[in-house]
Design a protein around this ligand. Structure first.
Ligand SMILES: O=C(O)C(=O)C[C@]1(C(=O)O)C=C[C@@H](O)C=C1
Length: 309
């Protein structure tokens, strides 16, 4: 079965997808992140690849929100894609001649400085993806409603008829986006590698003082490092938030499972979105008192006490 992704071909998401499935015959392009997750939920796709975090813009809110609601899905893999943007048009033109430019909102946010400096008067036209903006130019020409698009230079391989007006225009040249592959729960958990990530959704169950501290303590007392924590409105009412959290470690690590038990006791609607290998190389450092062995030893000791020994 195919893998759904934010299409069309030529998006950064497609570059991420190619890392795990190079054959386009197995790719199912869709128009949005919620549509990609819906394709998994209704069985049209075996899994989906969606962006989750950008090193410049932070969490991809469309993904965080769509994973936090609806039936539970599980992240089973992650991929990193270096982000480089090109400004393309149908013909060579001066930057001053460009009146409107289309791209994805996340891409727009990452070229703001360059645009301000080089095309301060240009109008921004939102597109469902970077590739959709570029292909819209090719499909509709002058009547597209814009005369340039900001997209991945990868699109030029399939569409050499596009003219590059400017390349490498990102405000941060080291920008990277992290993508995740998401499937239905029920598949086996990805194996523990020693360099894993776990993603959780934690609805803030109370707005009393110290509620967030109580959540964080579950992790800190077990030596679990959080690599991302973001609050998102649930949409139910003002002040009603959930936290989207990434932590270093696997649910099969004792320190992580103990932290999740503690969390679930104080926040019974905590959602587990999966444990999966980190894309970056390296091993998660764990202090002696937080290793699996230390947890087991302490538990065995308590067990003996409970047995009256
Ligand atoms: O529009 C695309 O090409 C995408 O794959 C989406 C997306 C995103 O949503 O962040 C992916 C990476 C870039 O940071 C910009 C846009």
């Amino acid at each position: 079965m195919s893998i759904a992704f934010l299409g069309p071909a030529g998006t950064f998401t497609e570059s991420a997808l190619r890392q795990i499935e190079p054959d386009p015959a197995h790719h199912l392009p869709v128009a949005s992140v919620p549509a990609a997750l819906a394709a998994v939920r209704d069985g049209r796709a075996a899994s989906a690849v969606v962006p989750i975090e950008n090193s410049v813009e932070g969490g991809v809110t469309a993904t965080l929100d769509a994973l936090a609601e609806g039936t539970e899905l599980r992240i089973c893999a992650e991929m990193l894609v270096p982000i480089r943007f090109a400004l393309v048009a149908l013909r060579p033109m001066e930057l001053a001649q460009v009146r409107a430019v289309a791209t994805h909102s996340h891409a727009w946010a990452q070229v703001r400085g360059w645009v301000q400096e080089n095309m301060p008067e240009v109008e921004y036209i939102p597109a469902s993806s970077t590739a959709a903006g570029a292909l819209g130019l090719l499909a509709s020409g002058e009547s597209a409603g814009y005369d340039a698009a900001i997209c991945s230079p990868a699109i030029l391989a399939a569409h050499p008829e596009l003219t590059v007006l400017a390349d490498d225009i990102g405000d941060n040249r080291a920008a990277v986006t992290r993508f995740v592959q998401v499937a239905e729960p029920g598949e086996q958990l990805p194996e523990r590698t020693g360099s894993d990530r776990t993603t959780l959704v934690i609805p803030l169950w109370s707005d009393r003082a110290g509620a967030l501290l109580e959540i964080l303590e579950q992790f800190s007392t077990r030596g679990v490092n959080l690599s991302r924590i973001e609050s998102r409105p649930t949409g139910a009412s003002l002040g009603d938030y959930f936290f989207s959290v990434d932590l270093d470690g696997h649910i099969l690590d004792e320190r992580v499972s103990e932290a999740v038990v503690g969390l679930r006791r104080i926040c019974p609607t905590t959602r587990f979105l999966g444990s999966y290998p980190r894309a970056e190389q390296g091993v998660t450092e764990v202090e002696g008192r937080h290793t699996d062995g230390a947890f087991r030893q302490a538990r065995d000791w308590v067990q003996q006490l409970r047995e009256g020994r």
